[in-house]
Design a protein around this ligand. Structure first.
Ligand code: UDX
Length: 437
């Protein structure tokens, strides 16, 4: 099929390249000129494993092109995927949907023949119904320009796999023909076994935020339990292993540590909390405020623990930080707990040297006053304390002898609970985890 992908950020660039991989002719629509030029040159302006190679290949083959013109997009495609960002609003907890509105307003007046506009962005419930009406009003094709809502669940670091082998497809549709079009389009995934849930707009919109709210709740639940472990001497990793064996609970997303960050979980729980308030059902989602608070508390706790490990003063103390990204296999530092902790330690007087295998540049843009090292050992050099804050595999493979020979003090805090604390302790380190024995 000939499709367009409107908004070529994280979600859009991945969707565009992956759909080209499936054999579709894809036109990416990106209004940011610099980003468009980068993509058109076959490069990806952020790090996602495998994406640069996939995108480069399809730009070279001609199956994937980019434009800034909505008119060209309307002329080119029969299916238009809306993938623009919906960040947290600057003035409150709700989502800013101005980019979604602008995309519809730009595209619709050019839709002269039947087309299906498929929303993938994460939006407050009620947005799709509003956009469907706006589309029918503005498009010369009238009601033959239809809307569907098809939320995306991809994880950074696994974006291509999650796009090409989704664990579910959700179609929020207003007609049988929209459902048929989506089933045809996604036939390779459906044939390969991805389950399909066909539903209305509101449910499709809510599925996405409900999924992220549930995942955030799982993480904050185990982090809250970890607080009890801290004061009782219990071990949160053993505990998570034990409750995780219960198939009703499951082990995934029960890793206690410095908490969740990124461009999705934090903003989505705030947006759903805000939307529930607008809908007059504040109480239904008010527990998410507590989920957010537990999450924020982790960061503050680590700053306090690091300070006490250094004798209650950070002045003239050197701290080496391993990790800045909000999770491994990403260079994304949006609301990253790792960078938050590094920044706050520095603001309290410590000299902080940060190393991240991929996120150094993006971290430097957000927090230019930290020192950025070019290797884990460089960050550890002369450090009185080491903090392990993003669980990149390379940090688990470091030689303790080498780290010990460059560090000034033998203190380690593992904020992700994945390092072998027994080995560190055997090598003479005061090595601690979070909620660990
Ligand atoms: C998330 C959802 O998983 C995805 O389905 C949705 O489409 C977008 O939001 P992502 O933001 O890529 O994906 O990250 P995710 O893997 O969910 O991790 C989010 C945060 O939670 C990270 O900071 C991670 O370190 C943290 N986390 C995750 C934990 O602290 N403990 C866990 O057990 C799991």
């Amino acid at each position: 099929m000939r499709i367009t992908v409107i908004g070529c950020g994280y979600l859009g660039a991945t969707h565009a390249a992956s759909m080209a991989e499936l054999g579709h002719e894809v036109l990416g629509v990106e209004t940011d000129e610099a980003r468009r030029a980068t993509l058109a040159a076959g490069e990806v302006p952020f790090y996602e494993p495998g994406l640069a190679e996939l995108l480069g290949r399809h730009v070279a083959s001609g199956r994937l092109r980019f434009t800034g013109s909505a008119a060209e997009a309307a002329d080119f495609g029969d299916l238009h995927f809306l993938c623009v960002g919906t960040p947290q609003s600057a003035s409150g907890l709700g989502a800013d949907v101005s980019q979604v509105d602008a995309a519809i307003d730009a595209l619709a007046p050019h839709l002269t023949r039947p087309a299906l506009v498929v929303g993938k962005s994460t939006v407050p419930v009620g947005t799709a119904a509003r956009l469907a009406a706006r589309l029918a009003e503005l498009a010369p094709a009238g009601e033959r320009a239809e809307l569907a809502w098809n939320p995306e669940f991809l994880r950074e670091g696994f974006a291509i796999k999650d796009t090409l082998e989704p664990d579910r497809l959700v179609f929020g549709v207003g007609s049988a023909s929209a459902e048929r079009t989506l089933r045809d389009f996604y036939a390779p995934m459906i044939d390969a076994g991805s389950p399909v849930v066909v539903t209305d707009f509101a449910t499709a919109e809510l599925v996405k935020v409900a999924a992220n709210a549930f995942l955030a709740t799982k993480i904050s639940f185990i982090n809250a339990v970890s607080e009890i472990c801290e004061v009782t001497g219990a071990d949160v990793v053993d505990l998570a292993d034990a409750i995780g064996h219960d198939a009703r609970i499951g082990r995934r997303f029960l890793n206690a540590g410095i908490g969740f960050g990124g461009g999705c979980l934090p903003k989505d729980i705030r947006a759903v909390l805000h939307r529930a308030g607008e809908l007059g059902v504040d109480d239904a989602m008010s527990f998410l405020r507590e989920i957010d608070d537990i999450n924020q508390r982790r960061r503050e706790y680590v700053v306090g623990l690091a300070t006490s490990m250094l004798g209650d003063s950070l002045i003239d103390r050197r701290i080496g930080v391993w990790g800045a990204a909000f999770k491994p296999d990403s260079d994304d530092v949006r609301d990253s707990p790792a960078l938050w902790i590094a920044g706050h330690l520095q603001l309290r007087g410590a000299q902080v040297s940060v190393y991240d295998p991929r996120a150094g540049e993006s971290a430097r843009r957000v927090f230019p006053t930290l020192t950025y090292a070019s290797s884990a050992l460089e960050a550890a050099t002369d450090a009185d304390l080491l903090l392990h804050l993003t669980e990149w595999p390379e940090f688990r493979e470091l030689s303790l002898d080498q780290v010990g020979s460059v560090a000034r003090g033998r203190r380690l805090l593992d904020g992700r609970n994945v390092l072998d604390l027994a080995a560190w302790r055997a090598a003479g380190w005061d090595a601690r985890g979070l909620g660990r024995r």
